[in-house]
Design a protein around this ligand. Structure first.
Ligand SMILES: Cc1cc2nc3c(=O)[nH]c(=O)nc-3n(C[C@H](O)[C@H](O)[C@H](O)COP(=O)(O)OP(=O)(O)OC[C@H]3O[C@@H](n4cnc5c(N)ncnc54)[C@H](O)[C@@H]3O)c2cc1C
Ligand code: FES
Ligand code: FES
Length: 1346
């Protein structure tokens, strides 16, 4: 009989602590997550929402529990978005607010993250802080491996991780080191001059001063609440029941109660880590009225070590399993614990640290995920499940679970997994057992496997000792659950372990595991290849070990094949950042040129920086949920909102009919009317008292569509239907057609570059407050272009712009994605506010954001290049097509930029570049960092590589030979001096030791068949700004208050790029006062009207000039007073000025750069200046899996004179990593019907901390740029294209792999160079062996849209 402390339907009290304060929830709702509770109930908004799926780490908190048996407190990091509050009974939660704040004292983790420049937009920072903090609570002096592991579940889209790792590394045992591979030199504490080619220039490497860091004293951390210890030790624990509106949550007090409940509610899930049940309820529509939560039961956490193996309680978390196995292997020789080693290998990269902390072994096994990394090994290792029910106990082999797809068939009613036996597999003369774990994912860690495998083999005894006695092969992600290749294994029993057996194994397995060409997830041929490549790896591994055991019986594997077995290690990144030292004569107060921390750095790290959704709720506020089109092109026949309107809490449903003004602004449609033109178009919105109600009600809106032809999804289809936006854009120099007749060789080719999702960590957020008078509305949004939000909303509401006040304080990353989209979304929300009369909170969920707002334009390039045998290129003809999506948005400007910038750094005498924007039925693509340049120039470097290949020359030679060398004109006749380009190129070649490394790589490649290294050096000529003067005008408003403090307002937006910090530096220099006297508030349309967008790398340039102007005006006014009292203080001068009625407020203005472009004449001066750079990257690829490891990157960037090297280096590194993501791991998947599948961090992979270069060096190269403020350069976007050096290093490595197999023809690697593309380009016996399907016979799961 279950003992409960409740009467029917009266909830028990949920008791837990948050930041040392007791929380007693009398009516806990089992559907509420900790993230919601912290943010909306406790108003602890430091913990952020980034995805809601456990995949980004923005919501990381520390959970602490007391174990009454061990008497120990267990701390672990967890993603609050997946933690139901009801699971927290008896726990202590620590959030970023709980460890330190500006109001009290900041924690060393927070301080160092900020001071090492580890925050930009700051949205990921609280999560990063909590991951590092939790690590330190468990290991006050962690190892660097532990640190890398701790950060594995946290994404950052801005910084490129290097400074985050560096800040955390200061706590590590080995923190004193900063050793550049092998040199043993420390990169800090020295000012270098030997690195600069220009001997006049002094270079600095110190971006922060460690001596400022407060020491870390682990004994000072808050204590665990004693009350929770008493609760945990209470022998009279009772089963607790929490009744929610729809769901009842039961926490059994002991195992007996659990078994009884399990019998009583056979359909109720056992929620342990909630990492399967939670996402299924949220995204797959699963609903469970009763949930049993036995996670507190210590019986399920028991661990027994026996001679036969380890018995691990089903309730142990995956992290605990890892610890148990790590302990176990330390006591055993490797050959006796192969299964444990195999499990540990998978546990290192499975999910991120937080998920591994939460997820349990039992929950993992029972989930039977097709992608499970653990189950294939447990099955191959003959793990046994100990099952328990009220009826008794039984054991089954875990592999039996994979005979069926449903758990119902595996378990009897009332049964649960109690523990799992991981047998010890002893290897000796009589029993030779080998186990392997294989895994390949899109990204190294925190990414589901594309295919994984667990395999084991046992050899016989005596005369049969060379023959296979037992063989097990299990594969993941190739069927509905883990798949056993049992027939194959059976047929191989008795065979010797030799090449024939391998061939037979590959043939049989491909026959047995048939992945249909239409399989969900796609990548079918790649998956088939991986299956047999994994078998090959296993074959070699076993052969190697057999040879070691019996060299006479088993042949030695050729040394060149051994590389198939080596794993890429995860290493802590190292590097040096070099920049010009500040002139020692510069006044100490003048902050220009110094690496000053982001103004909000500390606030980011403490969670006190306020983002839109952190603004407290106001009375009557409603939440908005969207209903989006499910068809790419269709007529709307009807919209039935009646059911939605009846839903509790719903106030209204808003459609196109409710737009009082313009519903269509220059082709951008606010609410779909009559027809839909893409999947994801907003058809209507539901306004309700809570987001949960609005969302549930939105599902009840019924829309009837009638499909309309044509439905155009891809560029190819658009070309076929002649479906274009705007006129063709073209520039031409020389006589291209004629030149082609006089060249030695011509190559024609096509390059596809897929799109990119911005994946800013803060999704689009809009708050709209109708003031109630004069149709005024106040808007808070994260935008790069407040004036556009204002314009759009004014038009939508049919009111003058003066009634709309748009505020923008900061946003959690933008990257171009918040230039136009917030205006459209703002109008959607403003119409809702207008109709309901209520304030509106419109926060896009990650999935909606990815679906609705689109991103970088996919690009198809057709090129023709004519060249001489010596590599000199004489003629190029480029035809670009971008997939613009369904409306114009920024596509015309993106197209302009692609065409104008398409020559990159090369002087091609006969050059033609044309571009078309394809109108398709995809969500409308928009601005994205680099504005087309990163796509448009990749094909350029591609054809250079092809020319080099054809001429038998190194690509860098062809690059060098064709590069601009002297003062010259671009194809559109703008004059420029490429001197900094050559400086960057030469310094990069020399300082990266390019030639010697290239030679070493050639040696490496000769010695290794299955791993290849590649290196590439890529130059860049980039332009800043926009081709119309009015687009770069800027204004500011600077006030000096009577106490001498200064407020700087300007039209630029703080997106994380440190704009406010730099402009405060400008004001400080101009007014000759300390920057601590200068403050900056939000950007808004009331203080600075009609401001340009903050984009195109010109934020500091133009707003800096406007601030400078205002400050100079003010200083001029103060001059007479200063002259009269030259020894006076700033405050005295200001006070005197006030007494003399001198205005202490001034507007500043910058008219804009004189730029223009005449497309008729194909010439102009579209950009104010150029930014140059060169990057060298080196990679290693695994030819059998397609994985790559970035070994080293050296960026040489022409920064002219950096106003703030810390911020500029941050932009370059962050841009580089984002570019690397574009070209390698970030892959958007669309259905043939135009539905975007990639809508969460689970299925879209931006780089993590593991992807960044093992050695990452950035050097600033000095040049002159008198046109920009203080001779600086805008560096916001330039780093992005430098990521292509990784792409071309991969190309180089793949070329080596192909050459080895006699493939001497040039090949095209399309972007992104994913593991799939790399593997399939490394053609070998395995790729040739797999079955291929005739593409005309099936409809694939996904298609390319470029
Ligand atoms: C962001 C993210 C990334 C991930 N990445 C990976 C990855 O890379 N590789 C990988 O393999 N997995 C990955 N996973 C999946 C993860 O490993 C599983 O979700 C997890 O192990 C499930 O454990 P849990 O304790 O959270 O299960 P829960 O969600 O609590 O429960 C899952 C199911 O198991 C049942 N159950 C739980 N315990 C028992 C028991 N003792 N007896 C019987 N039934 C039981 C429950 O009834 C329920 O049906 C990821 C998950 C997330 C959220
Ligand atoms: S919001 Fe929780 S992990 Fe992303
Ligand atoms: S600083 Fe990490 S996401 Fe912006």
């Amino acid at each position: 009989m279950i003992m409960t402390s409740t009467t029917p339907h009266q909830s028990d009290h949920l008791i837990f602590f948050v930041n040392g304060k007791k929380v007693v929830e009398r009516h806990p709702d089992p559907e509420v997550t900790l993230l919601f509770y912290l943010r909306k109930v406790l108003s602890l908004t430091g913990t952020k929402y980034g995805c809601g799926t456990g995949g980004c780490g923005a919501c990381t908190v520390m959970i602490s529990k007391y174990n009454p048996v061990t008497k120990k407190i267990h701390h672990y990091s967890a993603t609050a978005c997946l933690v139901p509050i009801c699971s927290l009974h008896g726990s202590a939660v620590t959030t970023v607010e709980g460890i330190g704040s500006i109001k009290t004292r900041i924690h060393p983790v927070q301080e160092r993250l900020a001071k090492c420049h580890g925050t930009q937009c700051g949205f990921c920072s609280p999560g990063m802080v909590m991951s590092i903090y939790t690590l330190l609570r468990n290991y006050p002096e962690p190892s660097t491996e532990q640190l890398m592991e701790a950060l594995s579940g946290n994404l950052c889209r801005c910084t490129g991780y290097r400074p985050i790792v560096e800040s955390a590394k200061t706590f590590c045992e080995e923190s004193a080191i900063c050793q550049l591979q092998g040199t043993g030199k420390c990169c800090m504490d020295k000012e270098e001059d030997q690195f600069s080619l220009d001997k006049e220039e002094k270079m600095c490497t110190k971006l922060y001063d460690e001596s400022e860091f407060r020491p870390f004293d682990p004994s000072q951390e808050p204590i665990f609440p004693p009350e929770l210890i008493r609760m945990a030790e209470d022998p009279q624990k009772k089963t607790l029941i929490f009744f929610g509106e729809r769901v009842t949550w039961i926490c059994p007090a002991n195992l007996n109660d659990l078994l009884e409940l399990r019998m009583k509610y056979p359909k109720a899930p056992l929620v342990m880590g909630n990492t399967t049940v939670g996402p299924n309820m949220k995204f797959k529509g699963e609903f469970h009225p009763i949930i049993i939560s036995p996670s507190a039961l210590l019986e399920l956490k028991k661990v027994d070590f026996t001679d036969d193996g380890v018995v691990i309680g089903a309730g142990c978390s995956l992290t605990e399993v890892k610890e148990i196995l790590t302990d176990r292997i330390s006591e055993e020789p490797k050959e006796n614990s192969e299964i444990y080693h195999a499990l540990l290998k998978q546990l290192r990269t499975l999910a991120g640290q937080q998920i591994r902390n939460m997820a349990t072994l039992g929950g993992h096994v029972a989930s039977k995920h097709d992608y499970s990394d653990i189950n294939p090994i447990l099955a191959a290792g003959k793990a046994i499940l100990n099952l328990k029910s009220k009826e008794g106990e039984r054991q089954i082999l875990l592999e039996e679970l994979f005979m069926t797809t449903s758990l119902k068939e595996d378990f009897h009613d009332g049964e649960l997994i109690y523990s799992i036996v991981l047998p010890q597999m002893y290897r000796n003369k009589n029993s030779k057992i080998f186990v392997t774990a294989q895994r390949q994912a899109q990204r190294w860690e925190n990414s589901f496997a594309i295919v994984n495998a667990g395999m084991s083999v046992q050899f016989g005894m005596g005369t049969n000792s060379n023959n296979i006695k037992d063989l097990k092969m299990f594969f993941g992600s190739v069927g509905p659950t883990t798949v056993s290749a049992s027939k194959t294994c059976e047929q191989l029993i008795g065979r010797p372990w030799n090449d024939e057996m391998l061939s037979e194994a590959c043939r049989l397995v491909l026959d047995e595991i048939r992945i249909p060409p239409t399989a969900v997830g796609g990548m079918v041929e790649y998956k088939r290849t991986l299956i047999i490549s994994f078998i090959f790896k296993f074959y070699l591994q076993v052969l190697k070990e057999l040879h070691e055991l019996d060299p006479r019986m088993y042949p030695e594997i050729p040394e060149t094949s051994l590389s198939a077995l080596e794993e890429f290690p995860i290493k802590i990144p190292q590097g040096v950042q070099m920049f010009q030292c500040v002139d020692p004569h510069q006044p100490p107060l003048d902050p220009i040129g110094h690496p000053i921390m982001h103004r909000s750095g500390i606030k980011h790290a403490t969670g006190e920086a306020v983002y839109n959704d952190d603004i407290p709720r106001v009375d009557g506020e409603l939440y908005l949920a969207v209903v989006t089109s499910t068809r790419a092109h269709a007529k709307i026949l009807s919209i039935d909102v009646s059911e939605a309107l009846k839903f509790p809490g719903v106030v209204d449903v808003i459609t196109a009919k409710d737009v009082p003004g313009e519903n269509n602004y220059s082709g951008e449609i606010i609410y779909a009317e009559n027809e839909v033109i893409c999947v994801g178009q907003i058809v209507c919105t539901v306004a309700a008292d809570t987001y949960a109600n609005a969302k549930q009600a939105a599902k009840k809106v019924k829309i009837i569509y009638e499909d309309v032809e044509p439905r155009i999804i891809t560029i190819e289809e658009a070309i076929k239907h002649n479906s274009y936006l705007f006129k063709e854009k073209k520039i031409e120099k020389g006589n291209v057609d004629k030149a082609f007749k006089h060249v030695d060789e011509v190559i024609e080719g096509e390059v596809h570059i897929e799109g990119q999702e911005h994946f800013y960590m803060e999704t689009q957020t809009i708050l709209v407050f109708p003031t109630g008078e004069d149709k005024e509305m106040v808007i808070y949004t994260g935008t790069q272009y407040p004036a556009f939000v204002q314009t759009f909303i004014a038009l939508a509401l049919g009111v003058p712009q003066s009634r709309i006040m748009c505020h923008m304080k900061r946003t959690g990353g933008a990257f171009g994605g918040k230039v136009t989209k917030p205006a459209l979304l703002g109008a959607v929300a403003a119409v809702a506010a207008h109709k309901t009369g209520h304030p509106i909170r419109f926060i896009l969920e990650r999935g909606d954001d990815m679906l609705i707002t689109a991103g970088r334009h996919p690009l198809l390039t057709k090129y023709k290049v004519g060249f001489m045998k010596n590599g000199l290129i004489k003629a190029v003809d480029l035809q670009y097509y971008i997939n613009a999506g369904c409306t114009p948005d920024e596509s015309e400007m993106v197209l302009d930029f692609i065409v104008l910038k398409s020559e990159n750094a090369y002087d091609i005498p006969n050059f033609r570049s044309r571009g078309r924007a394809c109108k398709t039925n995809l969500p409308s693509n928009t601005a994205f960092r680099g504005f087309g340049f990163p796509q448009g120039t990749l094909p350029v470097e591609n054809y250079i590589t092809a020319v080099a290949f054809k001429c038998g020359l190194p690509p860098e030679k062809v690059r060098d030979m064709n590069m601009y060398k002297t003062v010259n004109k671009t194809a559109y006749k703008q004059q420029f001096n490429p001197e900094p380009l050559l400086k960057c190129w030469n310094e990069c070649l020399e300082k990266s030791s390019f030639q010697s490394r290239k030679a070493a790589i050639e040696e490496f490649n000769k010695k290794n068949d299955w791993k290849k290294k590649g290196i590439a050096i890529i130059p860049m000529k980039f332009t800043v700004g926009v081709p119309m003067t009015y687009g770069s005008q800027a204004a500011s408003l600077v006030h000096i208050y009577q106490d001498g403090s200064v407020l700087v307002c300007h039209g630029g937006c703080e997106l994380g790029q440190g704009l406010h910090t730099k402009l405060i530096q400008v004001a400080s220099r101009e007014l000759k006062i300390s920057s601590s006297n200068v403050h900056s508030v939000d950007t808004n349309t009331t203080t600075v009207p009609n401001a340009s967008y903050t984009a195109g790398s010109m934020g500091t340039d133009i707003n800096g000039r406007a601030v400078q102007n205002a400050c100079q005006i003010l200083l001029k006014r103060l001059e007479p007073i200063i002259k009269k009292n030259p020894k006076g203080k700033w405050e005295e001068w200001v006070a005197q000025a006030f007494m003399e009625s001198i205005s202490l407020s001034a507007t500043g203005y910058f008219k804009g750069y004189q730029t223009n472009m005449d497309w008729e004449k194909e010439e102009g001066h579209p950009y104010p200046y150029f930014v140059y750079g060169t990057t060298c990257s080196e990679v290693e690829i695994d030819c059998l899996t397609g994985a790559h490891k970035l070994l080293r990157t050296d960026i040489f960037m022409d920064a002219a004179f950096s106003l703030n090297p810390a911020i500029d280096i941050g932009q370059i590194e962050g841009g580089f990593i984002q570019g690397m993501g574009l070209y390698t791991t970030e892959e958007l998947k669309y259905s043939p019907e135009g539905v975007l599948y990639s809508r969460s961090p689970e299925d879209y992979k931006i780089p993590t901390v593991t992807e960044i270069p093992e050695e990452f060096n950035v050097t600033f190269v000095r040049s002159q740029n008198p046109i920009a403020i203080y001779s600086s350069k805008g560096l916001g976007e330039a780093g992005m294209f430098m990521g292509s050096s990784v792409f071309f290093a991969i190309t180089d490595a793949v070329t080596a792999a192909r050459k080895k197999r006699g493939l001497m023809e040039p090949f095209i690697l399309n972007s992104p160079a994913t593991p799939e593309k790399i593997r399939m380009a490394c053609v070998d016996q395995f790729t040739e062996q797999i079955p291929r399907d005739d593409p005309s016979t099936f409809k694939p799961w996904s298609i390319l849209v470029s």
